[in-house]
Design a protein around this ligand. Sequence first.
Ligand code: DC
Length: 228
Amino acid sequence: MIITIDGPAGSGKSTTAQGVAERLQFVYLDTGAMYRAVALGFLQADADVTVEAAQHVLPSIEVDVRYQADGRMQVVLNEEDVSEKIRTPEVGAVVSQISTLRPVRDRLVREQRRIGFEQEERHGGVILDGRDTGTVVFPEADLKVFMMADVDERARRRYQEYTEEGKDISLEAVRQEIRDRDQRDRNREIAPLRRADDAVSLDTTEKTIDEQIAFVVDRVKAHRKSGT
Ligand code: DC
């Protein structure tokens, strides 16, 4: 079974997807982490954000994911575990521009489909989150969820994450980062962030994480019962 969760930054996708994966013993694939790893590769290579630069630099960027025994996903860039390094405001600032490049998207969509099928075969279920997982990566997914939340609430959540990790950034800067990213993710030419026609919507502004997880788990159960 393949489940996709799409939505803007800070809408609660990854926490929900991880919680659902844990409850159902599914594998979690964070597609944003793969875009972040490529973005880190661009930063390390000091490459420009252009299609030409992407064609030049992509062959030397190897992105892979690995799963630990407890199910946690690691992102690997050229054999190095970069799961922590990709969570910086510096990567956050460039990733949505890099993810507009066709060669980057083509490569990662192909990889995501490959990993999705492989893990589904092994574990029976995969839950992906991102911006285009229900529209482009797995348009044939069994269940699609589109999550959203008020921008102030999303900024507050992301700010809290950064502060917990000891990163020095103001709430206003985080709000601006989220606004800019929303704008770019929704308006880009290739695979823009949008709700798939057959996705169920979930507004998480006033929801707890447990409620969000329960919402998706209930729909998975309903889907299994309907046998479709
Ligand atoms: O989910 P995230 O904030 O870690 O994603 C980082 C960026 O990657 C986001 O700004 C847009 C891009 N992205 C994408 O274009 N398509 C996806 N499926 C996932 C992420």
